[in-house]
Design a protein around this ligand. Structure first.
Ligand code: HPA
Ligand code: ZN
Length: 341
């Protein structure tokens, strides 16, 4: 099964580039940029990664991002992630970046976006790994600050496919960002939103109604609302679920309690993603392996999750069909091999 998971073509649709900052890279960049870290060893950093909820993670995550200063830093960070994604047989990525985490520290928007974009273009050339970039606004900041950030992004519109919202969910409902959302939509960006991670199912409804989202990031609290489940099933609005993240941030107490299999079997377009893999203990294939082990998923269910990842992406219908066929071929290969004994 592990080989099957590793070899499946897949997309990653919920990945914060700042969340791929491995402790080793954090040290290297801190040294290069003359920044003091409150740690002396990589082991010390990893020991600090014991979170009780989303906020306890965010506090550490924003501190880590302080080592990112130059365009080259954003480039190297992105390049290192894309190498790992390629090793995991990821064919397409839709990556979040949090410009406000950097512009608030005086780092120019230009350096952030140019570094990330350069690495994305290089991976397209080197591996045929395609990508889209999604700019996230931080929910704990004001709507006015989001509007300022949107204006800063306009010169880079060609490079940024959509906008989303991340950071503290509770207390920051979707309605807070209706105006900036309408501005982004009128500029031609698509929208997605982190909703129903710690917040209630109502925040998913509100994201659909008020922010016109094309995907729900996380969305696991949809399990509490039968009407919403039915709406998500019929509309096939995808959920970008992040299993290891949910365990690390105590959204579920144990992987055996995770609802991803239930959501899949109810016919929702659920996908598997790694969120902030440097902080949560694994990249995308590790996420697949952990849910397979805990929830006893079949090969067909794993293949469906991989197919869903293409369906949920912003790839062309032709590309999606090509990958569905590849996944079917791999599944059939496995089935005929097992019949032969
Ligand atoms: N939720 C909210 N904000 C975030 C996350 C997340 O999973 N990852 C990085 N910022
Ligand atoms: Zn996230």
């Amino acid at each position: 099964m592990i080989d099957f998971i590793n070899q499946l073509p897949k997309t990653e649709l919920h990945l914060h580039i700042e969340g791929t900052l491995e402790p080793e890279t954090m040290f290297r960049l801190a040294k290069r940029n003359g920044i003091e870290l409150p740690y002396t060893t990589v082991e010390q950093i990893r020991e600090d990664y014991n979170f009780s909820d989303l906020q306890s993670f965010l506090d550490i995550y924003y501190k880590g991002a302080a080592v990112l200063i130059e365009e080259e830093d954003f480039y190297e960070l992105t390049k290192e992630y894309l190498e790992k994604a390629h090793q995991d047989n990821v064919k397409h990525v839709e990556i979040f970046f949090d410009p406000q985490t950097h512009t608030q520290r005086g780092i120019p928007f230009k350096k952030v976006v140019e570094g990330i974009h350069r690495a994305l273009e290089e991976a397209r050339g080197n591996y045929g790994l395609t990508s889209r970039l999604i700019m996230c606004f931080l929910k704990h900041l004001s709507e006015e600050e989001a509007i300022e950030t949107l204006k800063e992004a306009l010169p880079y519109k060609e490079w940024i496919f959509g906008v989303g919202w991340d950071s503290t969910e509770l207390g920051n409902p979707p309605q807070k960002f209706k105006k900036v959302c309408d501005m982004a939509l009128s500029e031609g960006f698509i929208t997605v939103n982190h909703a129903g991670e710690e917040g209630p199912a109502q925040y998913i409804w509100d994201s659909i109604k008020e922010l016109h989202i094309r995907r729900v990031d996380h969305g696991v609290r949809s399990i509490d609302d039968e009407l919403l489940l039915e709406y998500l099933r019929r509309s096939r609005i995808p959920l970008t679920v992040c299993p290891l993240s949910n365990i690390k941030l105590c959204v579920f107490s144990d992987m055996k309690e995770h609802v991803i299999k239930k959501l899949l079997n109810k016919g929702l377009c659920v996908t598997v993603n790694s969120d902030d893999p440097a902080y949560f203990g694994g990249y995308i294939n590790r996420n697949f392996i952990e849910i397979w082990k805990a929830l006893d998923l079949s090969k067909e269910e794993i293949a469906q999750l991989a197919k869903n990842s293409f369906e949920a992406s912003f790839l062309s219908i032709e590309k999606k069909q090509q990958y569905y066929n590849e996944i079917d071929t791999q599944l059939e290969g496995i089935e005929s091999a097992s019949m032969l004994g």
